[in-house]
Each structure stands twice: as structure tokens, then as C-alpha cells.
Design a protein around this ligand. Structure first.
Ligand code: IPD
Ligand code: CA
Length: 252
């Protein structure tokens, strides 16, 4: 399903892509975001008619099975619109309110990341399929940290102060543009950490289970942390320092 949706987005992207605005003028949605969500929604309706759904583009239905699918049909819409390859399809399965499995497909990178609770995390690409682990870094000063920014200027102004405090303490910062993929890169050790405030469930659900299953510390949105609005995924060896420098409540 994630692969088929990725193919749709990759192959049927029109040369000129019209965008509409959502929460702010820079928060874009395209007909392709909607077509991708429709494909996932229709597939799930056929395969799992009694399940619930939460999709970024408004797809919401109540279920009767205790299973709910949390879907970001195109995470990284701005990259997609500009023709940058860092975008993904993110699909997670939640059972009785707990996310138990997730898949993130990045078609322009030819990569799929997936995990299920207790089953580990893996990556599949042209070279095959293999398990992934988060990095073993133990020094914040040697860590490559990803982050992202919301769409409102007020939120960005606050996020800028957080980045300003962090930048002198780390190896470098990356803003790649797809939260789902950022979490997978932490899972795969290609980023040492990723944090962002204000994400939605569809941005995080699949990537968080993949990062956790790959051995990363995952806090916030899906965890037990009091600061529920902040998502942090990082190598265990730098978790306390990240929390400290970001000025967050301590990990219980
Ligand atoms: C966005 C991306 C981005 C993150 C934003 C998200 P969208 O999702 O994940 O990296 O920084 O907060 O809203 O709008 O491309 O689906
Ligand atoms: Ca998203």
C-alpha cells in the first residue's frame, strides 16, 4: 500500500503542480496529496472494512475493531512541490490507542523503513532488506541533529530560539523537510537525533515506532513525557544532554 502510493506520487506528478494553502500561506496541499490519501483510504476500506482511519487530508472514519490507521499520504509536501527527493508516505497501525506498526516509504530515495512493536526495525532498498539500529554516539558535540519547523511565524520565532541554543552544542543541524523520514534516519543512524515541537499524529506515528524499535530513545508525542507537544528521537547515549539543552522536562 505504501509502495503503491509512492509509485502514484512519483509517476503521476504533473510537471506543473498547483498548490493550495492550509493552516498558513506556506502550508501547502496539492491534488497529489489528496489522490494519495484517497488510494490508501480506499485500499484500507477494501482490506479492513471495520477499521478506523485518521489521515492528514481529512480522511477520518470511526472503526469497530480497535484498529485505527494513521496516515500521512505525503509527508514533505514542500519538498515534493520543489522536486526535492526527501518526501515520504507514512502509514501506522494503532491498536486500542497504541501504535504497534509503521511503514515509511520514500520513493525518490528508493527506500522503505518499517517496524512492528517487539519485532525490530528494518530498511529495504535496491540492495535488499536488513535490520537497522540507531547510532552509538555518546557526545552531543559530535551529533548530527535534525529538526523541523511549523507553518506559523509565531511558532517559527520560538523554534528559532531553540535552534540558536542548540547549534553551538552539536556537530551540525539539518532541516530535511519530512518528519516521518527524519525519524527513520534516526532509526538508521544517519541522524543522531531529531526533535520538533507541534507535530501531528500523522507526521510521527509510523516513524516513532520505527525509531523506537531501532533502539532510539523516543519521547513526547507518543511517549510518557509530560511535554506531549515535543517529539524527540535520539541515540540513547545523548538523550539526557538533548533534553537538557532543549530545556525540556527530564525523562522520567
Ligand atoms: C511537515 C513535514 C516537516 C515538518 C512539519 C510537517 P507536511 O509535514 O513533516 O518536515 O517540519 O512540521 O508539518 O506538511 O509536509 O505533511
Ligand atoms: Ca506531514
Amino acid at each position: 500500500m505504501a509502495t503503491a502510493t509512492g509509485e502514484l506520487l512519483l509517476r503521476e506528478r504533473p510537471a506543473t503542480l498547483k498548490t493550495e494553502s492550509k493552516s498558513s500561506p506556506t502550508d501547502a496541499v496539492t491534488a497529489m496529496d489528496r489522490a494519495a490519501e484517497e488510494l490508501i483510504s480506499a485500499t484500507l476500506r477494501d482490506l479492513r472494512p471495520g477499521d478506523g482511519l485518521l489521515g492528514e487530508e481529512g480522511g477520518e472514519r470511526a472503526g469497530a475493531t480497535g484498529v485505527r490507521w494513521i496516515v500521512d499520504p505525503l509527508d514533505g509536501t514542500v519538498n515534493y512541490v520543489y522536486g526535492l527527493p526527501l518526501w515520504s508516505v507514512s502509514i501506522a497501525a494503532e491498536v486500542d490507542g497504541v501504535v504497534v506498526a509503521g511503514v515509511v516509504r520514500a520513493p525518490a530515495l528508493g527506500r522503505t523503513y518499517a517496524a512492528y512493536a517487539g519485532g525490530g526495525a528494518w530498511r529495504e532498498d535496491l540492495e535488499g532488506r536488513g535490520p537497522i539500529r540507531s547510532s552509538e554516539v555518546s557526545e552531543l558535540g559530535m551529533s548530527l541533529v535534525g529538526t523541523g519547523f511549523g507553518y506559523s511565524s509565531e511558532r517559527r520565532a520560538e523554534q528559532a530560539t531553540v535552534v540558536a541554543a542548540l547549534l553551538p552544542c552539536v556537530r551540525d543541524i539539518r532541516r530535511l523537510g519530512s518528519a516521518a523520514l527524519d525519524l527513520c534516519l534516526v532509526a538508521d543512524g544517519e541522524l543522531d537525533a531529531y526533535y520538533e515541537r507541534g507535530l501531528n499524529a500523522w507526521d510521527v506515528a509510523a516513524g516513532a515506532v520505527i525509531a523506537r524499535e531501532a533502539g532510539a530513545e523516543v519521547r513526547g508525542f507518543t511517549g510518557r513525557w509530560p511535554d506531549a507537544d515535543m517529539t524527540l528521537a535520539c541515540a540513547p547515549g545523548i538523550a539526557d544532554r538533548m533534553v537538557d539543552v532543549l530545556g525540556l522536562p527530564a525523562i522520567p
